[in-house]
Design a protein around this ligand. Structure first.
Ligand code: NAD
Length: 417
């Protein structure tokens, strides 16, 4: 039976494990285990009916030693302070590992967006951003889209901040529409990062991408882009799935024939693409060179890990592998590119968007993609090399780099006053 912990507890346990392995000074451990700032706001919204409803909202900055906090804002009934604190901590390690000048932050409102009209959603978004305005800003904390928030909501956030300050401030949020300072290449960035990770590690293992069989779970923003780009590279995509089903074809599937983010069963990859209809469990157990879970958390667990026959696992989703499955993969020498390394393409291009917004100078898509590839490959190379040298997993090696950079920044800055 796998034990379960609250999300923040889990994030702290992961940190403790690596801090112990690194022999990190206990004083710095204490600083890094907790968020520097957690803001709870109550967001009143005048509903279309004329009544007023109040929604709890949060913005947490876990650490800002390396730069302003960075992280999404989610609108969901699952949002709690505990969850937001965990997600903010994970953002600290992700930004640190990515080598970008950001700390970690996260925000959210506990709300069911399906219950809101367009006008109510806009009033909720604007009032929330006004409530957290004292701690956000282009040099303080830069929110972005997350679950149930999108470019349209980022435009409202940016406009609200700009109206309150009297300046059009492009750098206050990322994930904006292209017309308002969004970056070219952002939509594909996370899937592109998964592609870059897969190609990099295949190269290290001496496998020709044209001979690589790839299986991808999830055909949304991340999975569909990863599938299309790896298909373009000549890999054979032998298995794909979405929430409605999975399909297997040893001759290869063409992801361009499928609908990204299918909203009804008829548009599922399992209906549109030719091949054998299989279950999710069968998909995860297909023999392949690359398995990329790009759907949900907790997909590879103590229960199904032993059946996995991939050589490389590239985590497009957040938290798809439980610690028990991770241990099994490490013992069986299956290389796992961990989520906060392999799915960092999105936050890296968000960093590029912020830089472009501050400079009011915009890059071509080719420039964005080239800079993304350079940064991702550097990060994968150093993590892979440390994992090999110390005979540890890539996840542990990635944590070592991520925590060391932040701990060094805290130490060098000193404790104020
Ligand atoms: P999305 O909603 O666009 O797509 C999710 C896909 O997963 C859909 O195809 C859906 O049908 C499928 N899916 C859902 N449940 C499934 C199941 N039980 N079995 C198989 N497929 C299932 O989401 P996304 O933006 O692609 O995000 C996917 C994952 O990647 C999430 O864990 C997210 O946190 C993570 N992530 C996304 C980004 C980003 O930039 N979009 C960045 C970093 C991490």
């Amino acid at each position: 039976m796998e034990e379960t912990y609250s999300a923040f507890n889990q994030a702290q346990r992961e940190f403790d494990k690596v801090a112990e392995m690194m022999k990190l000074d206990p004083s710095y451990r204490e600083v890094l285990r907790e968020p520097v700032r957690s803001l709870l706001v109550n967001v009143p919204v005048r509903m279309d009916s004329g009544t007023i409803k109040t929604f709890p909202g949060y913005r947490v900055q876990h650490n800002t030693a390396c730069g302003p906090a960075k992280g999404g804002v989610r609108f969901s009934t699952d949002v709690t302070l505990d969850e937001v604190q965990a997600l903010a901590m994970w953002m600290t390690w992700k930004c640190s590992l990515a080598g970008i000048p950001f700390g970690g932050g996260k925000g959210g409102i506990n709300v069911d967006v399906h219950d809101l009209s367009e006008g109510e959603l806009e009033r909720l978004s604007r009032r929330y951003f006004s409530e957290i305005q004292s701690i956000v800003g282009p040099e303080k904390d830069i929110p972005a889209p997350d679950m149930n928030t999108d470019a349209r909501i980022m435009a409202w956030f940016m406009d609200t901040y700009s109206m309150n300050t009297g300046n059009t401030t492009l750098g206050v949020v990322t994930g904006k529409p292209l017309e308002l300072g969004g970056s070219l290449g952002r939509d594909a960035a996370t899937g592109r990062g998964v592609e870059i990770s897969a190609l990099n590690i295949l190269g290290k293992k001496g496998v020709d991408p044209k001979k690589a069989r790839v299986v991808i779970q999830g055909f949304g923003n991340v999975g569909a882009w990863a599938a299309k780009l790896l298909h373009d590279d000549g890999c054979k995509i032998i298995g794909l799935s979405d929430v409605y089903g999975a399909v297997y074809n040893p001759k290869g599937l063409n992801p361009y024939d499928a609908v990204e983010r299918a909203m009804k069963p008829e548009d599922s990859v399992s209906k549109l693409l030719p091949g054998d209809k299989i279950t999710n469990d069968e998909l995860l157990a297909l023999e392949c060179e690359v398995l990329a879970p790009c759907a949900l958390q907790n997909q590879l667990t103590g229960k199904n890990a032993a059946k996995v026959r991939a050589k490389i696992i590239v985590e497009g989703a957040n938290g798809p592998t439980t610690p028990e499955a991770d241990q099994d993969f490490f013992e069986r020498r299956i290389t796992v590119a961990p989520d906060f390394l392999a799915n960092a393409g999105g936050v890296i291009v968000s960093y590029f968007e912020w830089v472009q917004g501050l400079a009011f100078f915009f890059w071509t898509e080719r420039e964005v993609n080239n800079k993304l590839a350079t940064l991702m490959n550097q990060n994968i190379d150093k993590v892979y090399a440390l994992a090999e040298e110390k005979n540890i997993s890539m996840r542990d090696a990635a944590y070592v780099f991520a925590i060391k950079r932040v701990a060094d920044a805290v130490r060098l800055r000193g404790i104020y006053p």
